[in-house]
Design a protein around this ligand. Structure first.
Ligand code: FE2
Length: 204
């Protein structure tokens, strides 16, 4: 497996992040504001370098955005996912029901937050451009409904997300943009195998 410049991915970086995030969840799992504040710093550190994501987890699909599971905590306290958007691709309006952090690794994304209003269309906030390196947070306590799209018309964008659960198996909702009507949504993952973090034979 390789990175965009053809070199071997620096998987140590992802392994280190997962170790640090596991410690963070152990320490601050019951304190969401503190966890998001420190988690934001950890994620910003991970996406500050683009030399670690194996190409297999950076492949766009011609039609839909893709989400690749990179790691799930053994107790499903958090998961780490790479989202890959081809040109023009976007998510529907959706919620998460758990906290989430979004960090842009490659390219640029548009974030659109919404307020739900019973019986009315979701109310859109002003759009926000997330450049490479930006991190944003969502959760039921700070605002949980948004849509994300690729800001670039000519190439994929990739973001790394961390969620407070095994996000691919969480029962959540997408919302009709005209009526606000929710529909059950369980996202799953595009991949069947996760990156091998543990071949440390070279270092040994
Ligand atoms: Fe989201």
């Amino acid at each position: 497996m390789s990175t965009p410049n053809g070199s071997t991915p620096n998987i140590d970086r992802l392994r280190g992040f997962i170790g640090d995030f596991t410690r963070l969840v152990e320490r601050l799992g019951g304190n969401e504001p503190a966890l998001l504040a420190e988690g934001r710093t950890l994620l910003a550190g991970l996406i500050a370098a683009d030399d670690w994501l194996p190409d297999a987890y950076a492949q766009p699909d011609p039609v839909h955005y893709r989400q690749y599971l990179l790691h799930c905590d053994p107790f499903e306290r958090f998961s780490v996912v790479s989202f890959v958007w081809g040109p023009g691709q976007r998510t529907p309006i959706h919620d998460h029901t758990v906290w989430g952090l979004v960090g842009v690794l490659r390219g640029s994304e548009v974030s659109q937050r919404y307020d739900l209003r019973p019986g009315e269309p979701p109310l859109a906030h002003p759009t926000e451009i997330l450049p490479t390196g930006a991190v944003e947070a969502v959760s039921p306590t700070i605002g949980d409904v948004h849509a994300i799209s690729n800001a670039l018309a000519d190439r994929p964008s990739i973001s790394i997300h961390v969620y407070g659960g095994n996000i691919g198996a969480v029962r959540r909702s997408v919302f009709d943009p005209q009526t606000g009507q929710p529909k059950l949504f369980i996202s799953g993952y595009a991949n069947a195998a996760v990156p091998n973090l543990w071949d440390r034979s070279k270092a040994a």
